[in-house]
Design a protein. Structure first.
Lengths: 418, 87
């Protein structure tokens, strides 16, 4: 398979673009792999890519029950940022953000990363204090964060309702200018193609139905395409982690919930940045195609149905319209839902499990997309060496029993803040 | 939106109800630390049927156990409960 380039595109123009090949192979599963990754989402594919690229492993498979880009990688709101207050979180996400900045070159695939600014609005003195505290925590670790005054916010996003009579009056904001959005499908496709070029077998329509045990250890998986042996197995199926871990008898600190998003018809540029809020749970950005993308709260009860509830959608839209009244003139053209792993402290889980040779990457709540490169990098390290990378060591599965939870919202042992 | 038949109020929109947790994740007062930890922090989380505790918060405010399929949203049973029967 050849590298993509402007020259190749130009050459294609003279032969009717007939040179295009499938971006990755469609191999039959082998009988044994050194490492099997369950789940062909962005995180699983990134893990396979870094296993091959950084750790030089050759015999790797990614098993995907559906098709590449058909799960949560294609169902999020594409926001990329690292503006978390707690150190383990912002260290991990900042490592990822630095990778996003070069990801298109790294993968030879345009992931359309657009660092347009990720802005958290503050609606009260308390909000502004919390935002300043978060910004300080980030700047102490060298991550960009700027407080914006009310006047600066008004200039930066002219369509925000800045009146004092607004439903949610705006006092200021905390902005991470290096944050932004990326094209979610392209991330999955880019990693899939790059991993495939390094010899990784990407096996679609192959659902794991059980684990093969040898005493205390996992030595393979049963799938809809037969039994496949493995040296190490990495679960990477956020949304379905509870189900897959259940196949080997593990109970996780995770509850699966539905998270919805929606998009309006395409219009000319009207939203410059990613608008979020310290008090509300609504995030608004405009895609490069012109559609305004909304997201809100999860549905707040357990569900594996990839469809959500109109009430939650209405809540997100009501908040969005209160912030940007001009959005009321747009038609909503599409809504969708993903199944998210809500962990019990709001932070992901990356590391070993009590079962030998079995590893877990999940619990991403509604914040997994932005972590894709960092998640892949650290999980690859964990799978290749059998020990966690410094960045994912705090995110071990046993942190709950050790009392070492990473609770950004301070909400306690529930699978969502309330 | 789902509709739940509240044992006290009859059929009501799901928006009136708030999910609490599953029946098997209520910590017993005499649980050992290990059991309490497991009950508090982990869930079966099946891609199928589970027994869930819901509250008719914006109605009669009573608790109930709803047996529901988490993919199809099919409701198998709704039982009124008191605090004693949960422990």
């Amino acid at each position: 398979m050849s590298q993509y380039s402007a020259f190749g595109l130009l050459r294609g123009a003279f032969n009717g673009q007939k040179h295009w090949q499938p971006a990755w192979r469609d191999p039959q599963p082998k009988s044994h792999y050194d490492i099997i990754i369950i789940g062909g989402g962005g995180h699983g594919l990134a893990t396979a890519y870094y296993l091959a690229k950084v750790h030089g492993l050759k015999n790797i498979a990614v098993l995907e029950k559906g098709w590449i880009g058909g799960g949560n990688t294609g169902r999020n709101t594409t926001i990329v940022r690292s503006n978390y207050r707690l150190k383990p979180l912002h260290d991990l996400f900042e490592f990822g953000l630095k990778m996003w900045e070069h990801l298109s070159d790294e993968l030879n695939y345009n992931v359309m990363f657009s660092p347009r600014g990720a802005m958290f609005l503050g609606h009260s003195d308390a909000d502004m204090t919390k935002l300043a505290e978060r910004g300080d925590a980030m700047r102490c670790d060298g991550i960009d964060a700027d407080l914006m005054t009310r006047a600066e916010v008004a200039k930066f996003e002219p369509l925000l309702d800045m009146s004092r009579a607004a439903r949610f009056p705006i006092d200021g904001a905390l902005i991470q200018r290096r944050g932004g959005t990326a094209r979610h499908d392209a991330v999955a496709w880019g990693y899939a193609r790059a991993a495939d070029m390094l010899g990784v077998d990407i096996i679609q329509k192959c659902e794991v139905t059980g684990f093969v045990r040898d005493g205390a250890a996992v030595v393979g998986v049963e799938t809809t395409r037969g039994r496949i042996g493995a040296g190490r197995v990495g679960i990477c199926v956020a949304g379905n982690s509870g189900h897959v871990a259940g196949l080997v008898g593990l109970q996780l600190p995770i509850e699966s919930q539905t998270l919805q998003a929606m998009v309006t018809e395409g219009v000319k540029p009207m939203i410059n940045s990613v608008i979020m809020s310290q008090s509300l749970h609504c995030y608004i950005s405009q895609s490069d195609k012109g559609g305004v993308v909304f997201g809100g709260d999860p549905d707040n009860w357990p569900s594996y149905a990839q469809r959500g509830n109109s009430k939650v959608m209405e809540g997100a839209v009501a908040q969005g319209l209160a912030l940007v009244p001009a959005l009321s003139r747009l038609r909503m053209v599409r809504t969708w839902s993903g199944v998210t792993d809500m962990s019990f402290d709001g932070a992901p889980i990356i590391g070993e499990t009590p079962v030998k040779n079995l590893y877990l990457n999940g619990g991403w709540c509604y914040g997994g997309f932005k972590a894709t490169p960092a998640s892949g990098w650290t999980y690859a390290h964990t799978l290749a060496t059998g020990t966690p990378h410094a960045l994912n060591a705090p995110f071990a599965l046993d942190r709950f029993e050790r009392g070492a939870t990473i609770d950004e919202t301070g909400s306690g042992p529930m699978p969502n803040s309330r | 939106m789902m509709q739940f038949a509240c044992p006290h109020c009859g059929p009501r929109a799901q928006a009136e109800f708030v999910y609490e947790r599953t029946v098997d994740s209520v910590v017993a007062l005499d649980a050992s630390p290990e059991d309490a930890m497991r009950t508090l922090f982990t869930r079966n989380n099946p891609r199928g049927v589970d027994d869930e505790i819901w509250r008719h918060t914006y109605g009669c405010r009573a608790w109930m156990v709803i047996t529901r399929h988490r993919v199809t949203n099919e409701i198998r049973a709704i039982e009124a409960v008191g605090p004693e029967s949960l422990i």
